[in-house]
Design a protein around this ligand. Structure first.
Ligand code: GLU
Ligand code: ZN
Length: 317
């Protein structure tokens, strides 16, 4: 099999040196929140003399905005945040996700699900389970067969069927976040069997991110705290797929004046990187957010000089 992807590593063995990444979804240009994730992950990689990869997570095609990937690249370069190795696009890596899914099918860990969001909501209501605002519904296991069998992926090939991963009975995942310390999640209680391929045929973020991080040999995942609640799911998937486990550092979120996280939905404005002066203003704001203090505030410093000082100030331990 020939894969049209670069920087492919052996997903089961941890690579030698530090390999980090920034993995934006191209749903719009970078805003203050995404710059914090970009800068934090870049500094951590540079401080550790590692590689920093850029991966465009355009797996959710309906949400992808044409041209946003180009804007993101231009903004990163304007901020001096250059990436190592060839840029990758998830849309070009479908074969890897398909292979991983087939592997899980052979392990008898998959089953088809025909529930709509509405059916799940109704079932949960009947069970007296309430879902707090902003939280995903826990899947109540409606379609889970009593005995999991070997599922050829053909049975999933009806367009209205999603593919779920069956969790083991005890699935409490614990990990040490490099910034937040000890974390844990009971996947059965808090998430339920989760979707790996949606009913529209698209692979989910959970599957794609885990497959890519493993195949790209990522050792350190530095990203926004909004993604913390996905980590246990991703670690469980790494486990069942036999991948090496990366380390995680979740960075503080940038909130707007209403205390909501910045996102395209809250119409977060894009950062200004039209000239070096503006880029430096944005970088300085991001650095303050990351808790970096005493960085040079001179008007006449270049971005490269400022980044060097920021790298020295970054505490990755
Ligand atoms: N593509 C995801 C996002 O932009 C980030 C994925 C990750 O860093 O794990 O929210
Ligand atoms: Zn179902």
């Amino acid at each position: 099999m020939i894969l049209a992807v670069s920087n492919l590593k052996n997903p089961s063995s941890p690579p030698d040196g530090y390999r980090g990444r920034f993995a934006p979804s191209p749903t719009g240009p970078l805003h203050a929140g995404s710059l914090v994730a970009a800068l934090g992950s870049w500094l951590d990689a540079r401080k550790n003399k590692g590689k920093w990869l850029l991966r465009i997570e355009d797996i959710d095609t309906p949400r992808t905005i044409p041209g946003a990937d180009q804007q993101i690249q231009a903004q990163l370069l304007a901020c001096g945040l250059c990436w190592d190795e060839e840029l990758t696009y998830q849309s070009k890596r479908q074969e890897l996700y398909q292979n991983a899914l087939e592997h899980l099918g052979q392990l008898k860990l998959l089953y088809p699900c025909t529930c709509s969001r509405q059916t799940i909501a109704t079932t949960l209501a009947k069970l007296g389970i309430q879902t707090p605002r902003n939280q995903e519904m826990v899947y109540p296991g409606t379609c889970r067969p009593t005995v999991l069998g070997l599922q050829s992926l053909d049975v999933f090939d009806s367009p209205t069927v999603s593919v779920r991963l069956a969790l083991p009975e005890n699935c409490h995942i614990e990990f040490e976040d490099l910034r937040l310390g000890s974390q844990g999640q009971d996947l059965n209680q808090e998430v339920g069997d989760f979707v790996l391929r949606r009913s529209d045929g698209l692979f989910t973020y959970q599957l794609a991110v885990v497959v890519d991080d493993a195949h790209q040999g990522i050792t350190h995942i530095v990203r926004g705290e909004d993604l913390l609640s996905n980590t246990a799911r991703q670690m469980h998937l790494q486990n069942v797929l036999g991948y090496h486990a990366p380390q995680y550092r979740h960075l503080p979120l940038v909130l707007d004046e209403h205390g909501e996280k910045l996102s395209k939905q809250t119409l977060a404005t894009q950062i200004h990187t039209e000239d070096a002066k503006q880029s430096l203003v944005e970088l300085r704001k991001a650095a303050i957010h990351l808790g970096l203090s005493n960085l040079p505030d001179s008007e006449n410093i270049t971005i490269a000089e400022w980044l060097l000082a920021a790298t020295q100030a970054w505490k990755s331990a």
